[in-house]
Every structure is written in C-alpha cells, then in structure tokens.
Design a protein around this ligand. Sequence first.
Ligand code: ADP
Ligand code: GLC
Length: 506
Amino acid sequence: MKILSVTSEMYPLVKTGGLADVAGALPLALNKLGVEMRTVLPGYDPVLQHVTDAQPVLTIPSLFGEEATVLDAVVDGRRIYVVECPGFFRRAGGPYADISGQEWPDNWLRFAALSKAAAMIAEGAIKDWVPDVVHAHDWQAAMTLAYLRHGQSPTMPTVITIHNLAFQGRFGFDIFDKLELPPQAWNVDGVEYYGGVGYLKAGLVYADAITTVSPTYADEIREHHNGMGLDGLLNGRSERLNGILNGIDNDQWDPSTDPHIKKTYTHNSIGQKQTNKRDLAARMGLDKDDSPILVVISRLTWQKGMDLLAEVVDDIVRSGMRLAVLGTGDRMLEGAFLYASDRHRGRVGVRIGYDEAFAHALLAGGDGILIPSRFEPCGLTQLYGLRYGCVPVVSRVGGLADTVVDANEAAIAAGAATGFQFSPPDTYHLRKVIDRFSKIYAKPPQFKAIQRAGMKTDNAWSNSASRYIALYENLIEAQSQCSQTMPSAPASKKVESRSKSGLQPS
Ligand code: ADP
Ligand code: GLC
C-alpha cells in the first residue's frame, strides 16, 4: 500500500508542536508494517538545508504565479517530497509566522499552494508513483482534498486528521476567486464556511474518512461547546469520524539510550534519575535539595491552561516543591512565568524558548510533568513523561483522559496508576491535584510504583499504525467495490457514491 501524507511540519526537519512528531513518526511505523508513506512538505529554509542531496522530480512553472520544484529526498528513513517555492516558503521566521510572531498574511495562499502541489503529486505528476490513499493533516493540508475532488479525474480515497480543531484556516470570501477552484466549490458542501472560505471545513466535507488523535477528543468535538463551530458537520459525518490515539517514537524518546540526558536509566534503575534531577536543578538555577521538581514543556497558551498554572505557582512553592518551565507562546504568560521565577529564586526556573534537547533533560530530571490543558486533542508530553518516569499530572480531557491512569486508591492498590488526573481544569482542582501529587511523592514506595507502571506503559506507534492501516484498507476496499458496481459514473458522482457506501472505518 502506498500513502501520500501532506503536512506543514515534520520532525526532524521542522517542528512547532506535536503535529511534527506525528508526521515524522507515522511513516517509520507504517514502514515497519510494510506500508510505504511518502510525505509532501513545504520547502522552508531548515528543510532545504537538511536535504542537500535531494533530486528535482517535478517542475511546476506557475504555482499561483510562483515557480516551484518538487524535490525528492530521504530523511532518516522517511521519503519526502519537498515543495521548493521560494516565493512562498523561504522566509526568515517560522512555518506560519515571522520572527516577531506575526502570522504571514498570505498563509491562505502558501498552504493552498502546498495543497495544490500535493494534489498534483497524488494525481500522478511524478513519474512511476501514484498513491493508493491521500492523508492530509490539519487545515494547512486540508485543501489537497478540495483540489483532488475538483480535479480532472476520479481519485484515490482520502483521509483528513484533525490535530487541533481550534486552528481551522478561515479566510474571507474574497480569496475564493484566487484559489483556482471551479465555481461549484463555492458551496455549503464545499469550501464555503459562514460566508468565507474554511480550509479545514473543506477537508472535513471532502474526506472519505476523518480521524482525530484520541477517542475522547473524537467524542468531545461532536459536542456543541467543544465543536468550535464544526460540531454540526462532524455529527453529520460521524460514521466516518474515528479517534486513533497518537503513539510516540520509542527510539527518539528512550531514557535508556537518550543522548540528551546526563545519565541513562530504565524502570529497573529509576534511582538514576537523581543524577538527571541534580543536573536539571543546576541548569535551571534551582536550589540543591531533595524536594520534587515539577516540569512544564509546553506552548504557553490558554489551551494548555498555562494561565491556570501561573495562578498556582505560589502554592507549588509554598508546598515545598520546585518548578521548571520550558516554553514559549503568549507574551503575557511568558512574562508571568519570568516574574514568578524572579519572585521565587531557586524554587522556580523558567526558560523561554524552544529547545528540543532540553525537553529531554526536563523529562529525565523531573518528578512530575504538569499538563493542565483546557482541551487536548491527544497530547504527547504526557506520553513522554510516562516513558521517562516523570509522572503526568493532567486535566481529564481529550487524549490526556485516554492515556493517564489516575492514582486513586483502587488504581494504586491494583498497581495500575500511572499519573494524576483532575477535572474540571480550574485553579481549585489544579491546586488539589498538586497537593495529591505532593502527598504521594512523600511515600516513595507508592510513588515509585506509579513511575514504574508509567514507564512500562506501551505507547509505541505500532498499535496506532495498525489502526491507520486498517482504515486505509477499508477505504481502498470500499472504493474498489464502488467502482465495480458503478463503472461509468462521472468523477464527482463517483466520489459521492463512495462516500455513501456505508463504509465504516475501523
Ligand atoms: P501541541 O502540539 O499541542 O503543542 P503536544 O503535546 O502534542 O502539544 O506536542 C508538543 C511537542 O512539542 C512535544 O514534542 C513537546 O516536547 C514539544 N515542545 C513544546 N514546547 C516545547 C519547547 N518550548 N521546547 C522544546 N519542545 C517543546
Ligand atoms: C495538536 C494537539 C495535540 C496533539 C498534536 C499531535 O498540536 O494540540 O494535543 O498531540 O496535535 O496530534
């Protein structure tokens, strides 16, 4: 089976969050199970710097007026197609914003360009390779499905994965004319969304299957107060909506081999974390003592509940624990944490910025990782926390609810507890859960049992990759049945009838 993945970021080339981890790990996991996934990615500077031996395989003389070349490269076992288009992608700054954090005003065009190039590749523009399924991630890649649906010929089945419904790619109606889509795409069953253009919305309408990154989030987004305007559409297509939990790359996140940590360890040698803890304390300017260290590795945003955390920092300090924060995001929240580290020298350490290697050191040295998210489609840092014996303290939402077993009495007695959950995400319940953590930390046998159970949890990608494979297979099967029964249906009808085939992704 051949799958074309379309994404705006991918580890190890370009990463702003969990999407990159997923887009980077899934092809490797699928590959191990005999499925080939190639990935279309924008040619940002860091990507081009990495793929110096890439070969041009396609020239697009005018991609919305810009000349583009598709480069074929392999990065640590991942086959990628880089859309090199300097006019859109070679800019000083990040994938979505300039250095000051201001979003690029032409993001609508940049990601339409990525999607259009991806659709061309899917339709066979590169010699000798046509995918069986196209898999787009988030709004930045969602328009691939629009270009495929309104392309020249009937195409392969498509999947869209929602990593975060809060980011939808909504733009004014005036861009529609410039998207090079036929007039019929301007439709409530097309790209039109509340009078403007909705990229994610279009992807959700056109996809043969919709996935999101945890079962609980798949349920939550169908509720009015969590659906962010798309709950109606998601309910209408609920038979095609599936929650498939993210996995983690066990090779990249492995405390027994991790080159970024002071001392490697396993669940049988958790005591070795002490060396990492001392190292972390020194690097963060924290006091040298035996008190617990709670860590944070996060975007500093409202979604992540970082304002709630900023409010309880004093309580954490009062309870005798230390806090180490690595993050970047809202300027106000960055300021709030910096101010806290000033007020509580030695007890609160803060590093504003993005530092992949240091994230590993925090997990290795931390006793607990705080994730008080208001909503969390999946969350990866709790999974990394589990693997590193850095016990997750999480709000009971989305993927956090699905992956952490709360240390209640029954779970502790059964040896099943792996972390701490609280609900709802507010300061009152956050304070209470931190207190609960502190009390159990004070009982080393209990606390170590929780650490060990977490470290033994299997969150490798293989399980989830199998679920994606089953989904792809179902889609291919449904399409082939459909084309056998309706051989002469016109392109758009053909796709529609496929959509009504009663297909039940696994
Ligand atoms: P999200 O994608 O919503 O930000 P996830 O938990 O899914 O949340 O993924 C976040 C990813 O980004 C993880 O790999 C985490 O380690 C990483 N990360 C977040 N903030 C930082 C930071 N400041 N420095 C290094 N890594 C970070
Ligand atoms: C998004 C979500 C996060 C998820 C990640 C990868 O960034 O916010 O919860 O883990 O995507 O799917």
